[in-house]
Design a binder for this molecule. Structure first.
Ligand code: CA
Length: 718
């Protein structure tokens, strides 16, 4: 089809009907909003529109900066809950809500979308894409990522991407499904946790899932009106014998060795995509080589393009424009799937159209987005995998030891990154980026390499090809929030935090930075110096980023209460870096959307106190150590670990702590849940292929862990 012609037609059809906003009143709930309003890129890019929050990062710049200053450093102390909405989900909360014409839209567990009145918190409608029925009911062992980080709006519709690979268009007015399409087959091990990005009549989407099977990653663009596929771009080259799709793949193939295509290569774009309207390009990050270990993936070395890169494609055609590889030859799970923020900077007296980016690898990049040249890249956290980024050669200087050729090597940052998906924000008035940071290291080994037995990743099973044990960093806190000046590449302030995995940020012209924390505190910091100027105890951990909007002359700040994302799975087991210590016991605490305003009057019910799981001691169950050892293998390979945690110590977010559950004590009950799918509705898959022996071994493993257990399994992460 002729894409450019379609684009022009759509732009001509644009109608803006903002006027009806004025007629809204508190008493009219469903008729207040003008649902026919045709959201365009012009509106999404309008920085002065503070009534709405129209896109993931507010505007296409992804800055998460609001010019609102009704709430500011001076009066933020008076911020109180204005309304709350109880979200009936039990697990991960990770998304950014949208606000359009006085209605808030959010996406929750298993991709259920809810519309709520943005003034009162009253629910208007709900749309359920029936993800559990689509996948888990068909006995697919899809586990792990039942959460989504957001949704998009364009025209008069909302768009979501589902866990199982569907793109769905629904009306903003009443959540009625308009069309849906698949971006990968339902039985693929791929998954989607990112939002589908709407821009210029197109929907851009990537995926995750490389770590549970051999895959070749790709990104795809669809038409917003019809769902028709417009273009697809693979992130890594396929088998040369099949020919290459384009010149970019031919170029990339020169950076691979061996028979990489047998392992898929990987290359997911699971998060971080930015539409740069000025240069008509879509810029996105990639990561997740398949498997992690380059010695298996590409045995004779090589940079392995386009893994761990920032890539710019022509937004209309999907044609390659430029790339920056942030981790050549990635062997450390250094995704570049972290925010890519557009910022106009003045560097050495020159105006620069920049993209700023703080990926997992610990370097803060300032990229000239007109051509992909790295203008500067400096360490924003401790990093030993690379000595420095050589600007002249435009590549990292990487010591050979970083590839751990001689066995174990302690590498930092860890595979969770110096920064993960938690939103970085950028305040253009202060010229500062706010980065939720982490300080962890990892002992990497070739434990999973095993080339003698011809390593093969298996669909729906962990296949990283490495041993990876997470460590704290001596003398460093687990996490921090820092303000970073991209022009000087200097840290302006840093607030230490006694936990990793703090939430995403929002910054405002009121000189504020808002951030939720895994311990349940929602705080406002003075953006100029990091001083805590307000805090609220939500009684449950927070991972999602806050948003702000102004209706009827009142600025509000909204945030989803509830922890979410990979780290909450507790891959670390019990100990100093696990998530279980927060006590967010599965099923105990209420997930919520809370909206705050100055002198807000809502009475939010108190949460139950945190409660760390207490294993059931039942010595009538005689643990057979041999069966328990076999069960440990089933537990790890079949991904029980992904929700119930390493060593059966649950982080409390994705699933219950099995040591404290009576179900494994009862053979019949255990069978009905694990093999027959009794808890499908909760997101627990049906493992119909497990044998009686597997199930029995699993029970022995879980009971062994309940009684003090064996050593915890090695860590693994998104
Ligand atoms: Ca990963």
């Amino acid at each position: 089809m002729n894409i450019s012609r379609v684009k022009k037609t759509r732009k001509l059809a644009t109608v803006c009907v903002m006027g009806t906003l004025l007629s809204m009143t508190l008493s009219t709930v469903t008729v207040a909003a003008d649902h026919a309003r045709n959201i365009t890129d012009k509106e999404i890019n309008e920085t002065s529109n503070t009534a709405d929050w129209l896109a993931y990062g507010r505007t296409h710049s992804e800055q998460r900066f609001s010019p609102l200053k009704d709430i500011n450093v001076k009066n933020v102390g008076k911020l109180k809950p204005e309304w709350y909405f109880d979200i009936p989900d039990k697990t991960d909360m990770a998304s950014t809500p949208l606000v359009v014409d006085g209605v808030m839209y959010h996406i929750g567990h298993l991709n259920v979308v809810r519309a709520i009145d943005a003034r009162t918190g009253k629910k208007l409608w709900e749309y359920d894409p029936k993800v559990a029925k689509e996948v888990l009911g068909k006995s697919m062992r899809r586990v792990f990522w039942g959460n989504s980080r957001g949704l998009s709006t364009y025209g008069d519709k909302l768009y979501i991407a589902t866990w199982d690979g569907r793109i769905v268009a629904i009306t903003r007015k009443d959540g009625k499904e308009v069309w849906q399409t698949r971006t990968f087959p339902a039985d693929s091990q791929l998954n989607i946790t990112g939002h589908v990005k709407a821009f210029d009549g197109k929907l851009f989407v990537g995926n995750g899932g490389t770590e549970i099977g051999p895959t070749r990653g790709f990104v795809t663009a669809y038409d917003t009106e019809t769902g028709e596929k417009l273009w697809r771009w693979y992130l890594v080259p396929g088998n040369p014998a099949d020919g290459f799709e384009n010149e970019a793949m031919e170029m990339a193939a020169k950076t691979w060795t061996g028979k990489w295509w047998e392992h898929g290569g990987g290359g997911n774009a699971w998060h971080a995509w930015t539409y740069d309207e000025e240069f008509d390009q879509i810029i996105f990050g990639t990561g997740n080589g398949s498997p992690w270990n380059r010695k298996i993936r590409s045995p004779e070395g090589g940079d392995n393009l386009f893994l761990s890169s920032v890539v710019a494609l022509d937004a209309d055609t999907g044609k390659y424009k430029w790339h920056v590889q942030t981790a050549p030859g990635d062997t450390w799970d250094y995704n570049s799937n972290m925010d890519i923020v557009l910022a106009d900077l003045n560097i050495d007296g020159k105006d620069v159209k920049a993209a700023i980016h703080a990926p997992k690898n610990g370097f803060f990049y300032v990229i000239d987005r007109t051509n992909g040249k790295v203008l500067s890249a400096e360490k924003y956290v401790e990093a030993n995998w690379s000595t420095k980024f050589d600007l002249e050669k435009q590549r990292h200087v990487i010591p050979e030891s970083s590839f751990y050729p001689d066995g174990k090597k302690n590498i930092y940052p860890s595979f969770w990154g110096g920064h993960n998906w938690h939103a970085m924000s950028f305040n253009p008035e202060l010229g500062l980026a706010f980065i939720p940071s982490m300080h962890l290291s990892v002992d990497f080994t070739d434990a999973g390499k095993d080339t003698d037995t011809n390593f093969r990743a298996t669909k729906f099973r962990f296949g990283l090809g490495v041993g990876a044990a997470l460590k704290t960093m001596p003398g460093k806190p687990l996490g921090s929030l820092q303000a970073w000046d991209p022009v000087t590449q200097k840290r302006v302030w840093e607030v230490e935090q006694p936990f990793a995995w703090a939430g995403g940020t929002l910054t405002t012209a009121g000189n504020l930075v808002f951030q939720g924390h895994p311990d349940g505190k929602f705080k406002a910091y003075d953006a100029r110096n990091g001083e805590v100027v307000w805090e609220y105890d939500a009684g449950l951990g927070i991972s999602s980023p806050p948003i702000t909007y102004k209706l009827d002359g009142k600025q509000m700040v909204a945030i989803m209460i509830g922890p979410g994302g990979g780290y909450t799975s507790n891959f670390q087991g019990s100990g100093d870096v696990g998530f279980e210590s927060h006590g967010w016991k599965y099923g105990l605490h209420q997930r919520r959307m809370i909206t705050f305003a100055l002198d807000g009057k809502a009475n939010v019910p108190a949460q139950p106190a945190p409660e760390v799981a207490k294993p059931i001691v039942d010595m009538n169950f005689k643990v057979d150590e041999e069966k328990a050892a076999a069960g440990a293998g089933v537990y790890a390979l079949d991904l029980c670990i992904a929700c119930h945690g390493a060593g059966a110590v649950s982080g409390g977010v994705k699933g219950p702590d099995l040591r404290a559950s009576t179900i494994p004590l009862d053979k019949k009950a255990f069978e009905s849940v694990v093999r027959d799918g009794a808890l499908l509705g909760n997101g627990m898959p049906k493992y119909h292929t497990l044998s009686d022996e597997d199930l029995e071994n699993l029970r022995h493993y879980i009971r062994q862990q309940a009684h003090g257990g064996a050593a915890h399994a090695d860590a693994a992460g998104h």
